[in-house]
Design a protein around this ligand. Structure first.
Ligand SMILES: Nc1nc2c(ncn2[C@@H]2O[C@H](COP(=O)(O)OP(=O)(O)O)[C@@H](O)[C@H]2O)c(=O)[nH]1
Ligand SMILES: [Mg+2]
Length: 461
């Protein structure tokens, strides 16, 4: 247990119906006694209250009433941090919440760092590291799919699998180490065969987990899609349609969009960050500085994009600029969006392997089919795993790095076993593998790693 008592505003700053100040630590109830005056003559101080009860009264500071509040007493260990916790629900004004927090700090609590409540939950064994990360994923989830994956990870879906894998590798290691104690005896052929089966099974399992990394990346960070095409094709109109509101200025004047406009939308459960780009082509000698900067930003957006929506005007025939774009993005994941299908068709597309979707941003025709096409293109090839029981588990980049190291070490252990290279070497590699797998759930960690993870949390979590 950690010695000091921490406090923070647990709700977002700003105005709202309520704000919650959370206190956690061995002194949480003493702090509450100092700054809370229960209503009613016979009312007892928080430290005398049973666990999981709520009390009406006032927060006081320097003898003054700061706010009328409800105070929840939650005694260890049945709390989020496994420490004594007090939660004060006060009125949700910026100043009120600040004054209540001020009263709590004056009563002896220290202001918490970002993620410190969750860090304590981890350090006190309430959550493992993968579950703690899932708390942040849950808060940052922007779509139902992302939320479901976060819930599964918080419930221990990934942790159980990792622990199982780690146990398996540890048993193999124990086996090898037992033989090291008796250097005269060679490892029996059938024992060696069993060991190899165990390690191959571990490899296959790591491989299946590693294959969920692409999906995990998309669910957590979204996928970037750039909208490109020649002036007036309807790029800004398309962005507005996909977002469901008028974000970008639409006009018949070519070159209206000078800056890149970026906004996220939920496309069939995937967070997709769309960028509406200015033109990509220089306008000849009269190229203004402003236009040049717009073009520069468009190219930067394109470099970051994982997906290209190339908008073409279906009511006009193909221009040299269109052909340039068709050639330029041939190597990228792209969709050809033929817009303005409400007008008489004039466009003839050359044969291409890229999927084509016909839409009208004026009438909204084809937009649903476009959403389907974006999802299948973004998602395609992400989950290469055929293990159906991994359906909701997706690893993050930290897990991916640890599992890649574990995979490589296990491969080297297998090679050493097969080459009869000496059991010391096998044991060494297996120890590396066990430790790397353990990093995922936090069985093997360093302070730097913990700081890096928890500092990305929001304040009060
Ligand atoms: N008839 C028709 N006009 C459209 C459609 N989509 C866009 N436009 C018009 O085309 C012009 C250029 O649109 P805009 O979205 O600004 O194109 P951008 O330059 O590629 O961003 C505007 O006058 C729009 O009203 C469509 O589906 N049908
Ligand atoms: Mg535009």
């Amino acid at each position: 247990m950690l010695a000091d008592t921490i406090a923070a505003l647990a709700t977002p700053p700003g105005e709202g119906g309520l704000a919650v100040v959370r206190i956690s630590g061995p002194g949480a109830l003493i702090v509450a006694d100092q700054c809370f005056q229960p209503a009613g003559r016979t009312a007892k101080p928080p430290s005398a209250a049973p666990s999981h009860t709520i009390h009406f009264g006032h927060v006081v500071h320097d003898g003054h009433r700061v706010d009328e509040v409800l105070l929840a007493v939650l005694r260890a260990p049945r709390t989020f941090t496994r420490e004594d916790v007090v939660e004060i629900s006060c009125h949700g004004g910026t100043l009120v919440a600040k004054l209540v927090l001020g009263a709590v700090l004056a009563a002896g609590a220290r202001l918490a760092h970002p993620g410190e409540f969750t860090q304590r939950a981890f350090l006190n064994g309430r959550l493992d590291l993968a579950q703690a990360e899932a708390v942040a994923d849950l808060i940052h989830s922007r779509t139902d799919l992302a939320l479901r994956a976060a819930h599964e990870q918080l419930a221990g879906g990934l942790s159980q699998r990792i622990n199982h894998l780690r146990d398996d590798l540890m048993q193999a290691l124990a086996h090898v180490e037992a033989h090291l104690d008796f250097p005269d005896e060679d490892i029996a052929p059938d024992t060696q065969a069993q060991l190899l089966v165990r390690l191959e099974r571990g490899l296959a399992f790591m491989d299946a987990l590693l294959r969920t990394a692409g999906e995990g990346q998309i669910l957590r960070h979204g996928i970037r899609a750039a909208i490109v095409g020649r002036p007036n094709a309807g790029k800004s109109s398309l962005l507005n349609q996909l977002l469901g509101h008028d974000r970008a200025i639409v006009s018949p004047i070519p070159g209206t969009t000078r800056d890149t406009i970026e906004e996220a939308a939920n496309i069939r459960g995937l967070p997709v960050i769309f960028t509406d780009t200015a033109g990509l082509r220089a306008g000849g000698d009269a190229l203004e500085a402003l236009e040049a900067e717009g073009i520069r930003r468009s190219h930067a957006a394109l470099a970051k994009a994982e997906l290209i929506l190339h908008v073409l005007d279906a009511s006009e025939s193909l221009t040299p600029e269109d052909e340039c774009h068709l050639a330029e993005f041939a190597g990228k994941k792209r969709l050809l969006v033929c817009n303005k299908t409400d007008l008489p068709p004039r466009l003839e597309l050359p044969a291409t392997a890229a999927p084509v979707v016909n839409v009208s941003c004026l009438t909204g025709d084809g937009l649903e089919a476009l959403r389907d096409a974006i999802k299948s293109l973004a998602w395609f090839g992400q989950r290469k795993s055929d293990l159906s029981d991994l359906s909701e588990v997706t690893i993050n980049s930290r897990h991916e790095d640890a599992l890649q190291r574990a995979y490589a070490a296990t491969e080297r252990a297998i090679a050493a076993l097969n080459a009869s290279a000496g059991l010391e070497l096998v044991a060494l590699e297996l120890r590396l593998a066990v430790n790397a797998v353990g990093e995922v759930v936090g069985k093997t960690t360093t302070e730097d790693l913990l700081d890096a993870i928890f500092s990305t949390f929001c304040l009060g979590k």
